[in-house]
Design a protein around this ligand. Sequence first.
Ligand code: NAP
Length: 533
Amino acid sequence: MPEPTNNTYDVVIVGSGFAGMYMLHKSRQMGFTAHVFERASDVGGTWYWNRYPGARCDVPSMEYSYQFDGDLQQEWEWTEKYSGQPEILRYASHVADRFDLRRDITFETSVTSAVYQESTDRWTVSTDEGATVTAQFLVMATGCLSSENTPSFAGMDNFEGPIYHTGKWPHEGVDFTGKRVAVIGTGSSGIQAIPIIADEAQHTTIFQRTANYSIPARNEPLEPEVQAEIKSNYAEFRAANSLQNGGFGSRIRRGEIAALEADEEERYLEFERRWDEGGFGFLSAYTDHLLSQESNDTAAEFVRRKIAGIVVDPNTAALLSPTQVLGCKRLCLDTGYFETFNRPNIDLVDVSEHPVSMTASGVASNGREVDVDCIVLATGFDAMTGTLLRIDIRGRDGLTIQDKWSAGPRTYLGLQIPGFPNLFTISGPGSPSVLTNMIVSIEQHVDWIADCMDHLRSNNRTTIEATVEAEDEWVDHVNTVADFTLFPSCNSWYLGANVPGKTRVFMPLIGYPPYVEKCNEVVANGYEGFVLT
Ligand code: NAP
C-alpha cells in the first residue's frame, strides 16, 4: 500500500471516490504534489461500500461518468442504460489504473484530525495509522452519503443473527436462500434491494416508516448504436446536459407549462407516457411540480393510482401509498418494487406510529414480533455533514468544525468555510451536489478548486478564506431558494431530518446551472467573498 513518500504536500485529499480521484489527477496535471487518504481498501467511494443486491445508479451511464478526458470517455463501454454497482466500481478501478492514481493513495487509512497551523499557514493532517503530513491545501472529498445511519433500535444488541447495512455491505455478498429476512427502510436503497432479496429469501418482512414514491427505472441493455451515436458527439452531449436543471438529461422532454394549465385527460396521458418511459423524466412533465402543492398533488395522485393498480391486496396498496409531496424526499427508481408485494412470501409492517425494536430472534413493533434469521438496515446516511463532523478539523484560533456547524452547516458556495483557510469541500453543503448528476458537480468543483490553487500560486498568495459576510449571504440564499419550493415540507435527509438530534437545515442548494454561473462570476470579480493573503 503506498504510504506517503513525503511528509509535506501541496495538497492532501481525503477520500478516493469520484471526487478524490479527479482531484488527485487534476492536482498532478497542474504540477502540485498531492496525496490521498482513503479508509476503504480501494477507490470508488459510495460504489465501494454500497454493494447491496440491486444497487444501481439512477442517472444514465452515458452521463454518470467523467468527461474530463476525451479518450477515457470514448474507450469505456457501458453495458446498461443505468449501470449497476459492480460495473461502476469496475469503471472507477479502470480510471485509477489508467491515470496511475493508486501510487498516491494510502488505503485503509482514515484521517482522524486536520489542524490549521497559523504560524506556517499549513494543515497538519493525522491518520489512524499514525501518519502525520502537512499540506498547503486540504480538500475534503469525503462524499455526501458516506456515513451510514444506523438508528439505535431498542434491543439491537440482543438480536442473535447478522445485521447488514446497505451502505456497508459485506464484500463477499449475502446468501439469503432459505432465510427469513427483515428489511427496515424503504428509501432508494431499500426499494432497489427488496425485490431481489424477496426473490431469494424464504420470507421477507418489510418494516416501513414512510411510504415512498417510486417510478419504474425501465433499465435495459445499452444498445451499441445508441452508445456510438452519443460518443460521435460526446462533447456536445455533455455541454447540453450541463445546461439542464441538475446537470443531466438533455434528452428528457421538459414540460413547458404548469400542471394545472393542462386539462385532466391531457395530464393523465402525459404522466402515463412518462411512467412508461421510466426514470426521472416523470418529474419534468410540468414546470411547477415542486413549487405548487396543487400541481404536485396531480402527479402524486397518478402514482398512488398506479400503486393501487399494481398491488393486489388493497390494504397493502394503501400502506404503500405515500402522502407527502412527491419529490420532497428523493424520488426512487425501481425495478419491480410494487409488484414484489404481490408475492406470497412478503409482508409489509407499518411502523409509522410505533418504533421498531429488536429481540434475540427478530424484529418487533407495536406488540407484534416477527422472527427472522437476519436483518437488513436500509436506513440511509448521516448525509452531507456526517463524515466531515467525525473528523477533528480545527481551523484558525482552534475553531472546530463541530462548533462552527453547531446550528447546522454554513459555507460559502459549498466550497469553503470562514475560519478554515485553504480547506475546500467538494460537493459540500450549500452546493447543488445531491440535487445534480454528482459527477458533473464534482468535476465543476475540482476544476474550480484547482484553478483557485493555481491562481494563488501564480499571484504569490498563500491562503484563501471565505468571509463571514459572504457565508451569511450564501446561507440566506440557500434557505430562501429552498423556502420558495415544497422541499422543506417533509422529513427528508436533505434536511437532516432522518438522523435524531440533527439540526434541521436544508443542506443542498437548489439551482444548477445558475450555481455554476455564480462560481464563475466570483472568480471574474477577483474571488469576490474571499480574502487572499
Ligand atoms: P433514505 O432515503 O434515507 O431511506 C432510509 C429509509 O430508512 C427510510 O425509509 C426511512 O424512513 C427509514 N428509516 C430510517 N430510520 C428509521 C427508523 N429508526 N425506523 C424505521 N425506519 C427508519 O436512505 P437510502 O435509501 O439509503 O438512500 C439515501 C440516498 O442515497 C438516496 O436518496 C439517493 O440520493 C442515494 N441513493 C441512490 C441510489 C440510486 O442511484 N438509485 C440508490 C440508493 C441510494 P423515513 O422515510 O420515515 O425517514
